[in-house]
Design a protein around this ligand. Structure first.
Ligand code: HEM
Length: 251
Protein backbone atom coordinates (compact mmCIF):
# COMPACT_ATOMS: atom_id res chain seq x y z
CA UNK A 1 0.00 0.00 0.00
CA UNK A 2 1.25 3.46 -0.85
CA UNK A 3 1.75 5.72 2.14
CA UNK A 4 1.72 9.48 2.48
CA UNK A 5 4.18 10.94 4.95
CA UNK A 6 4.65 14.51 6.05
CA UNK A 7 8.29 15.20 5.27
CA UNK A 8 9.10 18.91 5.10
CA UNK A 9 7.53 21.55 7.38
CA UNK A 10 6.16 24.65 5.66
CA UNK A 11 8.86 26.90 7.14
CA UNK A 12 11.69 24.70 5.83
CA UNK A 13 10.13 24.77 2.35
CA UNK A 14 9.88 28.56 2.40
CA UNK A 15 13.47 28.97 3.62
CA UNK A 16 14.72 26.51 0.99
CA UNK A 17 12.92 28.08 -1.97
CA UNK A 18 13.80 31.63 -0.89
CA UNK A 19 17.43 30.65 -0.47
CA UNK A 20 17.76 29.25 -3.98
CA UNK A 21 17.03 32.46 -6.00
CA UNK A 22 18.75 34.63 -3.37
CA UNK A 23 21.92 32.54 -3.64
CA UNK A 24 21.62 32.65 -7.42
CA UNK A 25 21.54 36.49 -7.36
CA UNK A 26 24.48 36.53 -4.92
CA UNK A 27 26.59 34.36 -7.26
CA UNK A 28 25.60 36.29 -10.40
CA UNK A 29 26.20 39.73 -8.82
CA UNK A 30 29.44 38.39 -7.29
CA UNK A 31 30.61 37.59 -10.81
CA UNK A 32 29.87 41.18 -11.92
CA UNK A 33 32.09 42.38 -9.06
CA UNK A 34 34.78 39.76 -9.64
CA UNK A 35 35.16 40.82 -13.29
CA UNK A 36 36.47 44.27 -12.25
CA UNK A 37 39.52 42.65 -10.67
CA UNK A 38 39.94 38.96 -11.49
CA UNK A 39 43.18 37.88 -9.86
CA UNK A 40 42.91 34.11 -10.27
CA UNK A 41 45.01 33.41 -13.34
CA UNK A 42 48.40 32.01 -14.33
CA UNK A 43 50.60 34.75 -15.81
CA UNK A 44 54.08 34.86 -17.32
CA UNK A 45 55.12 38.49 -17.10
CA UNK A 46 52.22 40.41 -18.65
CA UNK A 47 51.06 37.40 -20.64
CA UNK A 48 48.06 35.54 -19.22
CA UNK A 49 48.44 31.82 -19.76
CA UNK A 50 45.18 30.64 -18.12
CA UNK A 51 42.43 32.78 -16.65
CA UNK A 52 39.90 31.28 -14.27
CA UNK A 53 37.11 32.82 -16.35
CA UNK A 54 38.13 33.38 -19.98
CA UNK A 55 36.90 36.53 -21.78
CA UNK A 56 34.45 34.46 -23.82
CA UNK A 57 32.74 33.36 -20.60
CA UNK A 58 32.32 36.97 -19.42
CA UNK A 59 31.04 38.09 -22.83
CA UNK A 60 28.58 35.19 -23.13
CA UNK A 61 27.06 36.11 -19.74
CA UNK A 62 27.20 39.89 -20.39
CA UNK A 63 29.32 40.43 -17.29
CA UNK A 64 31.80 43.20 -18.26
CA UNK A 65 31.57 46.79 -16.95
CA UNK A 66 28.72 46.19 -14.51
CA UNK A 67 30.65 46.61 -11.25
CA UNK A 68 28.34 49.20 -9.66
CA UNK A 69 25.25 47.18 -10.57
CA UNK A 70 26.85 44.02 -9.20
CA UNK A 71 27.71 45.72 -5.91
CA UNK A 72 24.18 47.11 -5.54
CA UNK A 73 22.59 43.66 -6.01
CA UNK A 74 25.20 41.95 -3.84
CA UNK A 75 24.78 44.27 -0.84
CA UNK A 76 20.97 44.14 -0.93
CA UNK A 77 20.65 40.40 -1.41
CA UNK A 78 23.34 39.77 1.20
CA UNK A 79 20.86 40.94 3.87
CA UNK A 80 18.16 38.62 2.52
CA UNK A 81 20.64 35.74 2.50
CA UNK A 82 21.66 36.49 6.12
CA UNK A 83 18.09 36.97 7.35
CA UNK A 84 16.80 33.83 5.63
CA UNK A 85 19.78 31.83 6.91
CA UNK A 86 19.38 33.05 10.49
CA UNK A 87 15.65 32.28 10.50
CA UNK A 88 16.32 28.84 8.99
CA UNK A 89 18.92 27.92 11.60
CA UNK A 90 16.73 29.30 14.42
CA UNK A 91 13.75 27.33 13.12
CA UNK A 92 15.69 24.06 12.91
CA UNK A 93 16.68 24.50 16.57
CA UNK A 94 13.22 25.44 17.81
CA UNK A 95 11.43 22.71 15.83
CA UNK A 96 14.00 19.98 16.45
CA UNK A 97 14.61 19.63 12.68
CA UNK A 98 18.33 20.03 13.40
CA UNK A 99 18.35 16.37 14.42
CA UNK A 100 17.80 15.43 10.78
CA UNK A 101 20.55 17.73 9.58
CA UNK A 102 23.46 17.46 12.00
CA UNK A 103 25.67 14.46 11.19
CA UNK A 104 26.19 11.95 14.01
CA UNK A 105 28.95 9.41 14.60
CA UNK A 106 27.33 7.00 12.07
CA UNK A 107 27.00 9.54 9.27
CA UNK A 108 30.45 9.19 7.71
CA UNK A 109 30.18 5.40 7.49
CA UNK A 110 26.63 5.75 6.15
CA UNK A 111 27.78 8.32 3.58
CA UNK A 112 30.40 5.86 2.25
CA UNK A 113 27.78 3.11 2.09
CA UNK A 114 25.32 5.40 0.30
CA UNK A 115 28.01 6.40 -2.22
CA UNK A 116 28.84 2.74 -2.89
CA UNK A 117 25.11 2.07 -3.32
CA UNK A 118 24.76 5.03 -5.72
CA UNK A 119 27.63 3.67 -7.83
CA UNK A 120 26.04 0.21 -7.89
CA UNK A 121 28.82 -1.28 -5.74
CA UNK A 122 26.46 -2.18 -2.88
CA UNK A 123 23.05 -3.82 -3.08
CA UNK A 124 21.32 -2.03 -0.22
CA UNK A 125 21.68 1.36 1.34
CA UNK A 126 21.80 1.82 5.11
CA UNK A 127 18.46 2.63 6.79
CA UNK A 128 17.78 6.31 7.36
CA UNK A 129 15.04 8.46 8.85
CA UNK A 130 14.67 11.60 6.75
CA UNK A 131 18.10 12.16 5.26
CA UNK A 132 20.84 9.60 4.74
CA UNK A 133 24.37 10.14 6.06
CA UNK A 134 25.60 11.71 2.80
CA UNK A 135 22.69 14.17 2.76
CA UNK A 136 23.25 15.10 6.40
CA UNK A 137 26.90 15.86 5.75
CA UNK A 138 26.12 17.82 2.57
CA UNK A 139 23.30 19.88 4.12
CA UNK A 140 25.26 20.57 7.29
CA UNK A 141 28.31 21.60 5.26
CA UNK A 142 26.24 23.93 3.10
CA UNK A 143 25.02 25.63 6.29
CA UNK A 144 28.60 26.05 7.54
CA UNK A 145 29.55 27.35 4.09
CA UNK A 146 26.79 29.97 4.39
CA UNK A 147 28.32 31.18 7.65
CA UNK A 148 31.76 31.13 6.00
CA UNK A 149 30.54 33.21 3.05
CA UNK A 150 29.03 35.84 5.34
CA UNK A 151 32.20 36.09 7.46
CA UNK A 152 34.64 36.17 4.53
CA UNK A 153 32.27 38.55 2.70
CA UNK A 154 32.29 41.05 5.59
CA UNK A 155 36.06 40.66 5.90
CA UNK A 156 36.53 41.89 2.32
CA UNK A 157 33.60 44.35 2.39
CA UNK A 158 34.81 46.24 5.49
CA UNK A 159 38.50 45.33 5.84
CA UNK A 160 39.24 48.52 7.79
CA UNK A 161 36.31 48.61 10.22
CA UNK A 162 36.44 44.80 10.66
CA UNK A 163 40.21 44.49 10.44
CA UNK A 164 40.21 41.94 13.29
CA UNK A 165 37.98 39.65 11.19
CA UNK A 166 40.09 40.11 8.06
CA UNK A 167 43.21 39.31 10.12
CA UNK A 168 41.65 36.20 11.67
CA UNK A 169 40.77 34.97 8.17
CA UNK A 170 44.38 35.37 7.02
CA UNK A 171 44.29 38.88 5.58
CA UNK A 172 42.39 40.51 2.72
CA UNK A 173 43.81 38.35 -0.08
CA UNK A 174 43.19 35.09 1.78
CA UNK A 175 39.65 36.11 2.77
CA UNK A 176 38.88 36.98 -0.85
CA UNK A 177 40.16 33.60 -2.02
CA UNK A 178 38.13 31.84 0.73
CA UNK A 179 35.02 33.75 -0.38
CA UNK A 180 35.66 32.70 -3.98
CA UNK A 181 36.31 29.03 -3.14
CA UNK A 182 33.11 28.89 -1.06
CA UNK A 183 31.20 30.21 -4.07
CA UNK A 184 32.68 27.48 -6.26
CA UNK A 185 31.54 25.07 -3.53
CA UNK A 186 27.90 26.22 -3.96
CA UNK A 187 28.08 25.70 -7.70
CA UNK A 188 29.51 22.21 -7.15
CA UNK A 189 26.85 21.45 -4.50
CA UNK A 190 24.11 22.77 -6.81
CA UNK A 191 24.95 20.35 -9.65
CA UNK A 192 25.28 17.31 -7.36
CA UNK A 193 22.14 18.28 -5.42
CA UNK A 194 19.98 18.75 -8.53
CA UNK A 195 21.37 15.53 -10.04
CA UNK A 196 20.46 13.63 -6.84
CA UNK A 197 17.00 15.25 -6.77
CA UNK A 198 16.40 14.11 -10.37
CA UNK A 199 17.61 10.62 -9.48
CA UNK A 200 15.37 10.49 -6.40
CA UNK A 201 12.35 11.20 -8.61
CA UNK A 202 9.25 13.33 -8.78
CA UNK A 203 7.78 12.28 -5.43
CA UNK A 204 10.89 13.42 -3.63
CA UNK A 205 10.98 16.74 -5.49
CA UNK A 206 7.33 17.57 -4.98
CA UNK A 207 7.69 16.83 -1.24
CA UNK A 208 9.84 19.97 -1.04
CA UNK A 209 6.89 21.88 -2.56
CA UNK A 210 3.86 20.31 -0.89
CA UNK A 211 5.51 18.95 2.25
CA UNK A 212 4.17 15.43 1.66
CA UNK A 213 5.78 12.44 0.03
CA UNK A 214 4.01 9.42 -1.39
CA UNK A 215 6.11 6.37 -0.69
CA UNK A 216 5.83 3.23 -2.77
CA UNK A 217 5.82 -0.04 -0.86
CA UNK A 218 9.17 -1.86 -0.88
CA UNK A 219 10.98 1.07 -2.45
CA UNK A 220 14.67 0.57 -1.65
CA UNK A 221 15.02 4.32 -1.11
CA UNK A 222 12.20 4.74 1.35
CA UNK A 223 13.16 6.40 4.62
CA UNK A 224 12.48 4.79 7.98
CA UNK A 225 10.18 7.69 8.87
CA UNK A 226 7.64 5.78 6.82
CA UNK A 227 8.49 2.31 8.05
CA UNK A 228 5.92 0.79 10.42
CA UNK A 229 7.24 -1.49 13.13
CA UNK A 230 5.93 -4.97 12.39
CA UNK A 231 6.77 -8.44 13.67
CA UNK A 232 8.07 -9.40 10.22
CA UNK A 233 10.60 -6.60 10.27
CA UNK A 234 13.35 -6.50 12.86
CA UNK A 235 12.55 -3.63 15.20
CA UNK A 236 16.15 -2.48 15.48
CA UNK A 237 15.98 -1.13 11.92
CA UNK A 238 13.23 1.16 13.20
CA UNK A 239 15.35 2.53 15.97
CA UNK A 240 17.47 5.50 15.18
CA UNK A 241 19.13 8.12 17.38
CA UNK A 242 16.97 10.70 15.59
CA UNK A 243 13.61 9.07 16.08
CA UNK A 244 12.37 11.60 18.61
CA UNK A 245 11.39 13.90 15.79
CA UNK A 246 9.80 11.51 13.35
CA UNK A 247 6.43 12.76 12.26
CA UNK A 248 3.70 10.13 12.09
CA UNK A 249 2.62 8.72 8.78
CA UNK A 250 -0.72 10.10 7.67
CA UNK A 251 -2.18 6.92 6.24
C1 HEM B 1 22.12 26.12 -4.45
C2 HEM B 1 20.87 26.15 -4.09
C3 HEM B 1 20.34 25.14 -3.10
C4 HEM B 1 20.73 24.92 -1.81
C5 HEM B 1 21.83 25.64 -1.04
C6 HEM B 1 19.90 23.84 -1.30
C7 HEM B 1 20.00 23.31 -0.03
C8 HEM B 1 19.18 22.34 0.49
C9 HEM B 1 19.14 21.94 1.88
C10 HEM B 1 20.03 22.52 3.00
C11 HEM B 1 18.20 20.99 2.01
C12 HEM B 1 17.75 20.34 3.33
C13 HEM B 1 16.61 21.22 3.87
C14 HEM B 1 16.12 20.83 5.24
O1 HEM B 1 15.52 19.77 5.39
O2 HEM B 1 16.29 21.63 6.18
C15 HEM B 1 17.63 20.75 0.70
C16 HEM B 1 16.67 19.82 0.40
C17 HEM B 1 16.12 19.64 -0.85
N1 HEM B 1 16.38 20.39 -1.98
FE1 HEM B 1 17.71 21.90 -2.14
N2 HEM B 1 19.05 23.43 -2.29
C18 HEM B 1 19.28 24.20 -3.41
C19 HEM B 1 18.63 24.13 -4.62
C20 HEM B 1 17.67 23.17 -4.94
C21 HEM B 1 17.04 23.05 -6.24
C22 HEM B 1 17.32 23.92 -7.47
C23 HEM B 1 16.17 22.00 -6.14
C24 HEM B 1 15.25 21.41 -7.19
C25 HEM B 1 15.67 20.99 -8.36
C26 HEM B 1 16.25 21.48 -4.78
C27 HEM B 1 15.50 20.44 -4.29
C28 HEM B 1 15.56 19.94 -3.01
C29 HEM B 1 14.75 18.84 -2.51
C30 HEM B 1 13.71 18.05 -3.32
C31 HEM B 1 15.11 18.64 -1.18
C32 HEM B 1 14.58 17.53 -0.25
C33 HEM B 1 15.46 16.29 -0.44
C34 HEM B 1 14.87 15.09 0.27
O3 HEM B 1 13.79 15.16 0.82
O4 HEM B 1 15.54 14.02 0.23
N3 HEM B 1 17.18 22.21 -4.09
N4 HEM B 1 18.25 21.59 -0.20
Amino acid sequence: MKRIVHKHPLAIRWFHWINFPVLFVMIWSGLLIYWAYDPYKIQIGDYTLVSFFPDGFYKALNVPRRLAEGMAWHWVFMWLFILNGLLYVAYTFISGEWRHLVPNRHSFREAIEVTLYDFGLRKTQPPFIKYNGAQKIAYFLIMLMGIGSVLTGFAIYKPTQLSWLTTVLGGYKAARLEHFVLTLGYVFFFFIHVFQVIRAGWQNFQSMVTGFEIIEPNSPDRPLMDKPASPSEPTDTNVHPDNSSIRPSLS
